[in-house]
Every structure is written in structure tokens, then in C-alpha cells.
Design a binder for this molecule. Structure first.
Ligand SMILES: CNc1ncnc2c1ncn2[C@@H]1O[C@H](COP(=O)(O)O)[C@@H](O)[C@H]1O
Ligand SMILES: [Zn+2]
Length: 345
């Protein structure tokens, strides 16, 4: 059996929500700091063998948000999450998070993003071996106005952050709201040079919305679970995605534990990978779903019987799909080749 060991192929993580990525060690510390909330660790993670409905997953995020409502919490979780990805072998990380305002602690949306950026800088100064970029997230539940406000903020930060803010994420409960209300904001973001990573077709029966959002088009698709005809999508959607060659960010454990995919062997990785379409393995929420990027590669390798060469090819392809500038991609390709030589020598 292929062993995907640490610091080998898990070089790029492109789909990680900050508050979903908090490890159990950090979570225990946050819980201990806020005993009055009466939160237990079992309320913030879905462990081995457990499953929840997607709706229940979104309730988990509400619990976690209570634990991260101060500037210092955002700094701590960002720093810890970056270091944890680095120790799993990740050399390039695109984190995403929804700016939050908390009146009781004085946290503002702007301060939220500034704090994430400070933590990224802090890790760099400490010499943590990972390049980090940030996507500002739009929560689809919050509607049109907040979406536009978020885009404007992302535009400001993309200018002031020295290239760290590279784009926007669209996420949140996929059953709430409609993509059409968000088109003007997303269109504006695209026009101002921000990259778009959109959660698309995460749940069934969203063909109309999916077609509309694909017309932007996005630069990457999160999940895309229900795009293809075998699961109620359509050939037309598949053709659009393939023609525009929009990479898919695939998060196997997340989809199984959130019950949008019934078993690992039925994961849509198989469909898209067989078509030769770019697929990037990601964690989504490594804290909530109790996983690691190396574990996701291992899972794909064992479930789909991938050869060592195929796994290496997947991680190499992920480099092309990132929103990093060409110079960073070149550097990552060099490191990838070097790691490969070291492992196989
Ligand atoms: C499981 N599949 C998913 N589908 C859609 N959105 C998701 C998600 N997992 C996480 N999020 C989004 O990320 C937020 C938590 O991180 P941040 O507070 O932004 O750092 C959630 O509230 C949700 O909006
Ligand atoms: Zn996600």
C-alpha cells in the first residue's frame, strides 16, 4: 500500500476555512479560557466514524465562533493553524475566512482581516516554512449588501497587504440565499483582479444557480459535488467546467462526514479525475472534520488505488491551480521536484 508520509506530497492546501481548521489542542485552550460558555470539545468536532447533516455542521461553526470572538483569539487560531499545516508538510497555504464583527469585544470586520494578516506576517518572521495567502470569504447567508461590502474590503486589502490577499471565497450554508443576488459583487471582484473560489453545487438541485455562477466564471470550484449527470447535475454543467478548465477543490472527509457523499468510493474525485480534469485534494475544515491534508492524500490513494506517480502528479497539479504569482509557483515546483528526488533516492 502506498504510504503518503509527512513532508512529501502534501505541498499545497487551497481550501481551508480558518475557524473550521482549529486543531483540538487549540480548541481545548479556547474552551478553557471561556468556561462560562459551557462548551465541550465534542461540540466543535466530528470525530472518526461520526457523521452529521450539513445543517448540523453549520451549527458547529456557530459554537466555534463564540470561542473566537476577540482579536487575540483570531491571532491565536491563525498562527496555530498555519503552523499545523506547515508541520503536515504544506509549503503553500491559501486560508479563507469570513470577516466578523463582535460588538461585545470591539472586534470589527476590518480588524478581523488585519489580525489574520498580522498573524500571517508573524509566522513568516518566525521562519515557519510555508507561504500563506488569504481569501476573504463572503457568507452567502448574509445577502447582497454584505457581499458588496466584503468585496470592497477585499479590494482595499489586496492593495495594502503586499499581495497576501489574493481573492474571494463564497461559502456558507448552501441551502440559504441564491447566487443571483451575489453576481454583481462577484463580478465587481473579478473586474478588480481578485480571484474567485466559489462553493458550487455542494448540495443537489442547484443547477440554475450553478450555471449562473459558472458564467462569471470562477477561478476554482469548491466541492462541485452535484455537477455531473450521475448525481442529478447535467452534461451541460460538466461541459462548461471542462471547457473553461476550472479546477475543483475536493474535500473527501468533509463530504463524507457532512453526508453529501455516501461513501469514499462514491466520491466525485473518481468522475473528474477519470476525465483528466484538474482536481485538488483539500481539507475544508481540518478541525471540525478531524483530518489533515496528508490524510486526505492517503485516503484518495487507498480508495482509488492510485500509484505513487499519480499521487505526485496530483500534488504537482495543485501548484498550477493556486492563486500565487508565477514566481511563487516556480519556487514551489522546484521544491516539489527536490522533495520527489529526496524521497525516491
Ligand atoms: C462543510 N462545507 C462548507 N460549506 C460551505 N461553507 C463552509 C463549509 N465549511 C465551512 N464553511 C464556511 O466557513 C465558516 C467557518 O470559517 P470562518 O469563520 O469563515 O473562518 C462557516 O461559518 C461557513 O461560512
Ligand atoms: Zn469549504
Amino acid at each position: 500500500m502506498l504510504t503518503v508520509s509527512q513532508d512529501t506530497v502534501t505541498i499545497e492546501e487551497l481550501h481551508a476555512h480558518l475557524n473550521g481548521s482549529i486543531s483540538s489542542a487549540t480548541m481545548q485552550r479556547l474552551i478553557a479560557q471561556k468556561p462560562h460558555l459551557h462548551i465541550q470539545h465534542s461540540m466543535t468536532a466530528i470525530n472518526r466514524g461520526q457523521r452529521r447533516t450539513l445543517d448540523e455542521c453549520f451549527q458547529v461553526f456557530e459554537v466555534i465562533h463564540q470561542l473566537t470572538d476577540r482579536v487575540e483569539d483570531i491571532f491565536t487560531v491563525t498562527t496555530d493553524v498555519i503552523k499545523e499545516f506547515a508541520s503536515d508538510g504544506v509549503k503553500y497555504l491559501e486560508l479563507r475566512s469570513t470577516p466578523r464583527e463582535e460588538k461585545s469585544t470591539g472586534l470589527t470586520k476590518r480588524k478581523y482581516v488585519e489580525t489574520v494578516l498580522e498573524a500571517i506576517k508573524h509566522c513568516k518572521q518566525e521562519g515557519v516554512d510555508v507561504e500563506v495567502r488569504f481569501l476573504v470569504a463572503i457568507d452567502r447567508r448574509h445577502g447582497t449588501e454584505v457581499a458588496m461590502e466584503t468585496v470592497k474590503m477585499a479590494e482595499d486589502f489586496s492593495v495594502s497587504s503586499d499581495g497576501v490577499v489574493v481573492g474571494l471565497d463564497l461559502s456558507g450554508d448552501p441551502t440559504v440565499g441564491h447566487g443571483k443576488d451575489l453576481i454583481p459583487s462577484l463580478q465587481r471582484a473579478r473586474n478588480s483582479g481578485l480571484k474567485l473560489a466559489l462553493h458550487l453545487a455542494e448540495v443537489p438541485s442547484q443547477q440554475e444557480e450553478t450555471q449562473l455562477l459558472l458564467s462569471l466564471p470562477p477561478d476554482r470550484i469548491g466541492h462541485g459535488t452535484f455537477l455531473h449527470p450521475e448525481v442529478g447535475g447535467s452534461q451541460e454543467l460538466v461541459d462548461t467546467v471542462m471547457k473553461k478548465r476550472i479546477p475543483l477543490e475536493l474535500c473527501m472527509t468533509s463530504n463524507i462526514k457532512g453526508q453529501t457523499v455516501s461513501s469514499y468510493d462514491k466520491h466525485h474525485f473518481l468522475y473528474w479525475n477519470n476525465l483528466g480534469h484538474p482536481c485538488v485534494l483539500c481539507t475544508d475544515d481540518k478541525g471540525v472534520f478531524a483530518t489533515e491534508l496528508s490524510q486526505e492524500y492517503q485516503l484518495a490513494a487507498t480508495t482509488f488505488n492510485l500509484s505513487t506517480a499519480e499521487v505526485w502528479a496530483l500534488s504537482e497539479q495543485a501548484i498550477d491551480c493556486s492563486f500565487a504569482p508565477e514566481s511563487v509557483k516556480q519556487d514551489l515546483r522546484r521544491r516539489w521536484a527536490q522533495l520527489k528526488r529526496e524521497i525516491h533516492s
